[in-house]
Design a protein. Sequence first.
Length: 116
Amino acid sequence: MCEGNNYLHNFSAAITVCDTEGKIVYMNEKSKSAYAADGGAKLVGKNALDCHPEPARSKMAALLKNQGRNCYTVEKGRVKKLLYQAPWYKDSGEYGGLVELALEIPKDLPHYIRQP
């Protein structure tokens, strides 16, 4: 799917892509590394819903069904991450599934309000 896009494959944030049923179809190197304890590259072809406990599993199922978006932060150990889940679409415009971006962010992330 994205193998020709090396800029995504080696991007510093984890990118995980699944189809409309939740099957993982692509993981960039950061994603494979981030989920190494769960199987890493071997997760491609597995269902992402099986990787999530409740209530996250039901939330993801609803996102898949409704082509929804979800954004939140998590902290594990000393690492804080922004997770953004959003639908992706094929060149034909047909719904393809979800993309999840997981970006490590500083604990004291600055926030700016820009004037139009």
